[in-house]
Design a protein. Sequence first.
Length: 254
Amino acid sequence: MHKKSMFSRRSCVFLILFLGMAAMGGTYSSWYSTIFAETKVTSGVMDVIFSSKVSEKYSAYITDINGNDETPLEAEFNTTDKELEVVFKEGLPVNSLLEGKLLKLEFPLDTSEDSTVNKLNHTELELTKTGDIIELQADRAMMIYNGVGYSLDENKEAFTQPLQFEVYKTLDEESKSDIRGQIYLKMTGESIKEVGDLPTKLNVESEALSEIADLDLNEYELIGTMVDGVMVTYSCEIPFDVFQSGSKVEKSVR
């Protein structure tokens, strides 16, 4: 009798545990099916391009330290829908950049025919914050003497160090058909010092001058008119991001 009583109790405990697990499983199954209900979301199409309608609005300036336009610059603008190439064939006023002034590029934007999102997020110039850093890489360096380009040889390394700039990007919208982007470039203090430390005199024997054979003088409008000296050409790529109006954009502050 005593053994039979113990057997009944164990069976009862086993049964209670089994029912508890079954109840928990049933609850979990119901909750699981609820949060995985099927949903469908369709977004609009946002396609911003460089405008080809108003080419006269492409411009370049030297601005003061507050971003106010001071001096217009001659530049050549070549565009596709998604790319803008800016070429300064006559060079840049380096002395202005060394004084802390900024290079400003301004360009019109448009939305394509397929775009259903046409309201863009405007941004303002904030020079109180440190901009993102980009590097301009030296593509070519040469010495100009009597309107002819010569190789710098052992002096080349000193003049081909990359230049760093802080970059700021803004977006204005005067009207639905007049959207303008701006990029501001400000030379960093480190690069200002590096340029200031470059040699101002080069002593080269005329017999040692090596003329650059593959140089196309037509590529550089400055060569025929500039005084004797060193000329370096730089290039870089700058992405320009555009966001839908009302979106929150996280900006890094350094």
